[in-house]
Structure formats: structure tokens, C-alpha cells
Design a protein around this ligand. Structure first.
Ligand SMILES: Nc1nc2c(ncn2[C@@H]2O[C@H](COP(=O)(O)OP(=O)(O)OP(=O)(O)O)[C@@H](O)[C@H]2O)c(=O)[nH]1
Ligand SMILES: [Mg+2]
Length: 307
């Protein structure tokens, strides 16, 4: 039922790595707030994205989405913080969206998430994503499987990448949220600081252009950020964990770092709406993923209980 009153609330996007949570966030909010890659564990922070709806669109509302890191078995302190951020977000929202990649066979990771959600009272909407990748008949057994596993407020097949059925999902979010007054001003889109987005844009290109262990063991830090006239001078360090990883990021005669730099600069110019001079520098810092100070520096919140 749709009414004239405004629907307002928080909706978290929860799921395994690579399910398409960030793609869905970007699609709904209409801005690129979260970087996306074909590697798992792309998102490391909780990212807030606000979508406002006018009356008749389908109804007035403000939905505050919380994109979270994919839930996985932690291997380092970094991963403990990531998973904690995802599970913590689940406790602070009006509606949980469990995003599942419908194109891969369910495994222990999916079972784990169902166990996590077992005693959760907050309504859960199940999103079966990537339906563009599967044949329609394959969807029914999957829906049936989840239907038997627990009670979902809704089960919605979508393609976040292509946008299929996302409007239906958005309507259901509004339906399930309470009535209320807006939480943020109408022009507010995200809580993500600009500097963090800058490092994410650089990291996205590292993720795109490298493979194996590198995407997991890379972080990007801003060393210096200066503006002279219309030009932003941005100096970043790309951290890797081992000496052997540095030449991979640098490439032969610097070819790889140049390629990363060019692609990141173009993205940064479009994001910042100004010309950018980007200087990238690779540094080895062993075990940074277990270094609490380093994790603080890249903006990952420590777990709630301090463990
Ligand atoms: N074919 C297809 N690919 C998709 C769809 N949605 C997302 N993808 C792809 O799936 C990959 C992972 O997408 P992300 O949005 O980064 O996934 P995520 O759940 O945020 O991943 P983490 O941040 O690692 O937890 C990317 O290569 C996306 O382009 C979809 O609907 N169809
Ligand atoms: Mg993500």
C-alpha cells in the first residue's frame, strides 16, 4: 500500500564478497559512491548512500543505504574490522538486504550468513543478484531453497549491473520502511570523505590491473594534497606487503604504475571536476594488514568490543 506520507529509514546491504552490493548501491543512489571490482573483498568500509524519492516516484521517501564489506573468514586484523563493520551495520538499520550472487552455487559462506541472521528480528529482504547471468529456470530452485531456509520479508531477483527489477526492489524498500521525517537534507548523498574516495579511486585501478594476492594486500594513502589554481596535486602511496610485490605494481620500466596512474587520474578528474596531477609511489610495509595503527590510518574502525 502506498500512502502520501514519507517513508524513511536505514537499509543495510549485507552479503558475501563479490555479490554485487556496491554495484546495487551505486545503481540506486545514482552516483558512484563505492568502488566495484571483480575481485572479492573490494569494499573495506561501511559506506552510506542516501536516495530521496518524490511523491509518486513511487512515493515520497528517504532511504539511507549502508553498503558494507563482504562477510568472509578473517585472515588478518584488517578483515576482522571489515567483517565487524558489516555485522555491526546489520544491528543499526530498519531493514536488512541480503545480497546473494545467484550465478554461483550456494556454499558455506551463504550458510554462515543465514546462521548470522537466524535470530535477527529486523526484517530481511533477499536479493538474488546477477540474474542476467543465469537461465530463468535456475532461479526457482534457488528461491525455493532460501524460502525454506528462513522467513524473508521479500525475495527479489535483480540485476544490479543491468538495472533489471531494481525499481521493484526500491518500491519494496519504501513499503517496508516506517513513516517519518527525513534524516538528511535533500542534497546530502554520502558520509564518505572526499579524501577517502580519492584513495579508493586509486585502489580501484590497482584492483583492476593486478591479480593474485595483490588486490588484497594493497592500501592507498594520501601523502600530500595541494591545490594550485585549477589543478589538484595529489601524492599517494600504494602500500604492498612484500618486496616481491613492489615490482609487480611498478611494472617493467614503470609501465604498470603509469597505467594505474593514468586511469586513476582520469577518474579523479571526473570525480573532483578539476584537473589533477597524480603522483603514485609504491612502498613495502610488511604485515600492514595486522598493524592496528595502519588500519586506523586507512579509516577502518576497530571492532566494537575492542578485540
Ligand atoms: N553480470 C553481473 N555482474 C554483476 C552484477 N552486479 C555486480 N556484478 C559484478 O560483480 C562484481 C562484484 O561487484 P561488487 O559490487 O564489487 O560486489 P560487492 O558485493 O560490493 O563486493 P565486496 O565489496 O567485495 O563485498 C563486479 O565485477 C560487478 O561488475 C550483475 O547484476 N550482473
Ligand atoms: Mg563492495
Amino acid at each position: 500500500m502506498t500512502t502520501g506520507a514519507m517513508k524513511v529509514g536505514f537499509v543495510s546491504l549485507l552479503g558475501r564478497p563479490n555479490a554485487g552490493k556496491s554495484t546495487l548501491l551505486n545503481r540506486i543512489v545514482g552516483h558512484k559512491l563505492a568502488i566495484v571490482s571483480d575481485k572479492p573483498q573490494t569494499t573495506r568500509h561501511r559506506i552510506l548512500g542516501v536516495r530521496n524519492y518524490e511523491a509518486g516516484q513511487p512515493q515520497a521517501g528517504q532511504v539511507v543505504f549502508v553498503d558494507t564489506p563482504g562477510v568472509h573468514k578473517p585472515t588478518h586484523r584488517m578483515n576482522v574490522r571489515m567483517v565487524d563493520a558489516a555485522l555491526q551495520a546489520m544491528r543499526e538499520v530498519d531493514l536488512i538486504t541480503l545480497v546473494v550472487d545467484a550465478s554461483v552455487t550456494p556454499g558455506p559462506g551463504d550458510e554462515y550468513l543465514l546462521r548470522v541472521l537466524k535470530d535477527v528480528q529486523t526484517p530481511v529482504i533477499l536479493v538474488l543478484n546477477k540474474v542476467d547471468r543465469i537461465a530463468k529456470p535456475a532461479l526457482l530452485p534457488l528461491m525455493d531453497r532460501y524460502h525454506r531456509a528462513r522467513s524473508f520479508a521479500e525475495i527479489v531477483p535483480v540485476s544490479a549491473a543491468e538495472g533489471t527489477n531494481v525499481d521493484v526492489l526500491e518500491r519494496l524498500f519504501l513499503e517496508h520502511l516506517p513513516e517519518g521525517a527525513p534524516l538528511y537534507p535533500p542534497d546530502y548523498v554520502t558520509d564518505q570523505p572526499e579524501r577517502l574516495m580519492v584513495t579508493e579511486i586509486v585502489r580501484e585501478q590497482v584492483l583492476r590491473m593486478t591479480h593474485d594476492e595483490l588486490p588484497f594486500s594493497t592500501a592507498v594513502l594520501i601523502d600530500r594534497y595541494e591545490e594550485t589554481g585549477a589543478l589538484a596535486h595529489i601524492y599517494c602511496t600504494i602500500l604492498v606487503e612484500r618486496d616481491s610485490q613492489k615490482p609487480i605494481v611498478v611494472g617493467r620500466a614503470g609501465a604498470m604504475i603509469k597505467q594505474i596512474g593514468t586511469a586513476a587520474r582520469l577518474e579523479l578528474e571526473s570525480y573532483l571536476q578539476q584537473r589533477v596531477y597524480l603522483d603514485l609511489h609504491v612502498k613495502v610495509r610488511s604485515e600492514w594488514r595486522n598493524d592496528e595503527r595502519m588500519l586506523d590510518e586507512i579509516g577502518l574502525q576497530p571492532p566494537d568490543d575492542g578485540s
